[in-house]
Design a protein around this ligand. Structure first.
Ligand code: AHM
Ligand code: MG
Length: 338
């Protein structure tokens, strides 16, 4: 390799965060430190997922989590890494995790100004088959009158300061966005041990004929959802039907949708009238990524996903997210039924 072929100006996540911080005169560095802790949690989880079949980390841990799912060994480890990182960075007051019934309150850091919600390993039913899973996170800045109780985080997604996810796939991909900002994608270079900026300013295509939904639930779907999905499969004369892609890991389905375009849906239905996916650490953070990339995200009532306020920390919602043109179609079908 010639000298000129080597990029010596690599933008690592650390460098990216330092440069972002410099753009904000009022920044204290707290957010940057919090993100450093986050990236360590991602690297640790990525490392153990890569090695899981070799070191007996497949299978169940023998308990179930807050929402009644069976916990995998890696769910427990991922959760522990996440909690430890958030506690030790000393910038987080509250932490909501899918794996914890209650909101964790770090009383040892009473002046910490951030609250974080996370799903440490989303899509864990795919883990033992080596299929991509991911971590989803949302970051809120506490208001001045915050009391340090879980109510401080029962906010709409519009209140988030940042959100994103890491997908543990053929490589680990970290996608992060800040309020009103661009969406940036980083790839973990295992040799460097660094996330490298590989996808600056990600923009989702305006339309794409790909839909991603668990059609095994179609028996329970409401009429507008049935009609909408049928319209994709049986287009009017001369039209081409959509392709179906469904991994069953929200992070992996979302990452593909972000890159290629299309729509990802987990609608509320007759069996799960509130939907399956959780607002604070699945729907809202994804919605912010999609909106900031030029896409849309709505709930099953066709409300803007980011404006939905959870009543409880583990509240669920239906969700449709993806390319602007594709989500607009869903909205049209729902309007017809009003
Ligand atoms: P989990 O948090 O228990 O892993 O569940 C969330 C996952 C999402 O990643 C995925 O989109 C969905 O559940 C798949 O559900 P289903 O198996 O019902 O299609
Ligand atoms: Mg999950």
């Amino acid at each position: 390799v010639g000298k000129e072929a080597i990029n010596t100006e690599i933008v690592t996540l650390t460098r990216f965060l330092t440069e972002e911080q410099a753009k904000h005169k009022e920044a204290t560095g707290d957010f940057t430190l919090l993100c450093h802790a986050l990236q360590f949690a991602f690297k640790s989880i990525a490392y153990y997922i890569r090695r899981s079949t070799l070191i007996n980390l497949t299978g169940l841990a023998g308990a179930s989590n807050a929402t009644g799912d069976d916990q995998k060994k890696l769910d427990v480890i991922g959760n522990d890494f996440f909690i430890s990182a958030m506690r030790s960075c000393a910038r987080v007051r509250l932490l909501v995790s899918e794996e914890e019934d209650e909101c964790i309150i770090f009383n040892e850091h009473p002046s910490a100004r951030y609250a974080v919600a996370c799903d440490p390993i989303d899509g864990s039913s795919n883990l033992d088959a080596g299929v991509s899973v991911g971590t989803i996170f949302s970051i809120f800045k506490l208001s001045d009158d915050a009391k340090g109780t879980k109510e401080d985080i029962l906010k709409s997604g519009t209140e988030m300061v940042a959100s994103g996810f890491t997908m543990y796939g053929a490589s680990s991909q970290l996608v992060i966005t800040m309020k009103g900002g661009q969406v940036n994608g980083f790839t973990l270079d295992n040799n460097f041990g660094e996330f490298i900026l590989t996808h600056p300013n990600m923009r989702i295509p305006k339309t794409r004929a790909i839909y991603s939904v668990n059609e095994g639930n179609s028996l329970y779907w409401e009429e507008p959802v049935k009609e909408y999905v049928n319209s994709l499969k049986y287009p009017s004369e001369g039209g081409k039907p959509y392709s179906a892609r469904y991994i069953g890991s929200m992070v992996a389905d979302a990452y593909r949708t972000l890159l290629y375009g299309g729509i990802f849906a987990y609608p509320a239905d007759k069996k799960s009238p509130k939907g399956k996916l959780r607002i604070l650490y699945e729907c809202a953070p994804m919605a912010m990524v999609f909106e900031n990339a030029g896409g849309l995200a709505v709930d099953s009532h066709m409300r803007r996903m980011l404006e939905v306020v959870p009543e409880h920390i583990h509240d669920r919602s239906g969700i449709f997210m993806g390319s602007q043109g594709e989500v607009e179609k869903v909205i049209e079908f729902h309007k017809k039924h009003q």
